[in-house]
Design a protein around this ligand. Structure first.
Ligand code: DWN
Ligand code: ZN
Length: 402
């Protein structure tokens, strides 16, 4: 079987899972090699702890066999990584005066985050299942174990002062096993910490970021289930920050050692409790909001192509590819997509069959409109293409032309 069905909540074990969204069957968003196979996309809400989760788990060996996403392509993301390295260093230095802390990054991709930790004087090691990405990181001087985070890789990394897991926790099925291993790698004398970043479900709901729902993302975290999970695992969250990356994420700091719980933790719990995010009705409204985008985007693109306008996409992001498929938009209304990731260029988007080109295609094709498929980096994308004089289509939270 290529996937398994979710029978109980991965955080609290409850079997009370309510389905609130069905987006049909689509191919894996990052599979640009053999995109024929489709898998269902349905969202379930746990009535007990309010964790949103996909109804299926596709085997990681299938999902990540070949993974073209390179985090270093975005300058905005690099800056974000630098600020994270600085924040972690500040926390660790308060507890121990070690000169060279050890940082381990799980799902380290091309080493983007660890490069920043290295610049801040950390010893670093990555764990990355995609062999090509691990090799690229090694070439940059980031020592990387090329496998999933499991009992075997656990033995291959040293004890450390910080474990980072940015944009991977939502991809993990056995979150408790993942946490247990991470916790056991932290050095006691330096009071090691775990730092996790996940896209924040509140933003997904408020800003209708339904394109971020796809097979890689198994869990969609509110703070409440995260808080509960870390507490249950004997590694309480002592601080939480909201960070703007990827449409708005939560960065949590947790440790099994004695850190004072900062005010941000209770403030976040309180604000969520008053928000309606634990109420299933909110999810019904979210599903209705999605329908506006699914109607407006294809209609706009169809009208533009009738007028003879050339529309190109920018950013063959996993979310962008998912958005096109959920809206049934394809190569008939989008000429091509520019993406500066060499591993994506020359490929076709799964199902929508749109060619992916390097940046010079913009200069060559002179689009009338650019559809921002990586809307989370809108500012950076607009800055790089302003000279083309094209108009921009922003699809999320609602379809607008700017
Ligand atoms: O969790 C995940 C997030 C963090 O990253 C993964 N499951 C997969 C991935 O999601 P995504 O593909 O939607 O992420 P991005 O970072 O929004 O993708 C942006 C795309 O746009 C990349 O393919 C790179 C490209 N890009 C570009 O060509 N030029 C991006 C920028 C900023 C640029 O200047
Ligand atoms: Zn639950």
């Amino acid at each position: 079987m290529e996937y398994k069905k979710v029978a109980e909540c991965r955080v609290c074990g409850s079997k009370k899972l309510t389905k609130y969204l069905d987006l049909g069957e689509v191919p894996l968003a990052n599979n640009l090699e053999s995109p024929e196979k489709k898998y269902p996309i349905e969202m379930l809400l746990c009535e007990e702890c309010s964790l949103s989760q996909l109804s299926i788990v596709v085997k990681p060996e299938i999902l990540y066999a070949s993974y073209p996403y390179h985090s270093s392509v975005s300058q905005t993301f690099k800056k974000h990584c630098r600020s994270m390295a600085l924040a972690v260093k500040e926390i660790l230095l308060k507890k121990s005066d070690l000169l060279n802390h050890m940082a381990v990054d799980i799902a380290s991709n091309d080493g983007c985050l660890l490069q920043e930790f290295k610049e801040e004087g950390f010893y670093v090691m990555g764990v990355e299942p995609c062999k090509e990405l691990a090799k690229e990181a090694e070439i940059k001087g980031i020592s990387t174990v090329d496998d999933f985070w499991n009992e075997d890789t656990f033995k291959r990394v040293p004890a450390c002062d910080v474990i980072t897991a940015t944009n991977v926790f939502a991809h993990v099925d056995d979150v408790k096993g993942f946490m247990e291993l991470a916790k056991n790698k932290l050095r006691a004398y330096s009071k090691g910490i775990i730092v996790v970043e996940v896209p924040y479900m509140a933003n997904l709901l408020n800003y209708v970021q339904f394109d971020t729902i796809y097979h890689e993302h198994l869990s969609y975290f509110l703070f409440k289930p995260l808080h509960r999970l870390f507490k249950d695992m004997g590694c309480p969250i002592f601080r939480v920050d909201q960070v703007p990356v990827h449409g708005g994420s939560l960065r949590i700091y947790a440790s099994p050692y004695d850190y004072e719980i900062e005010g941000s933790v209770n403030e976040m719990l309180l604000s969520e409790a008053n928000s309606g995010f634990y109420d299933v009705q909110t999810y019904g409204e979210f599903a209705e909001n999605i329908e506006f985008i699914r109607e407006d985007l294809p209609f706009l693109l169809f009208s533009l192509s009738e007028e003879g306008k050339k529309v190109m996409g920018y950013g063959a992001s996993a979310k962008g590819i998912s958005l096109l498929n959920y809206c049934e938009v394809d190569y008939t209304s989008i000429h091509s997509i520019v993406d500066e990731t060499p591993a994506k260029q020359g490929k076709l988007t799964p199902m929508s069959n749109i060619p992916i080109f390097s940046f010079d295609a913009f200069e060559r094709e002179k689009p009338d409109y650019i559809l921002l498929l990586a809307w989370n980096f809108a500012e950076e994308l607009i800055k790089k293409t302003k000279h083309l004089g094209a108009k921009y289509i922003v699809p999320i939270p609602q379809v607008v032309i700017i």
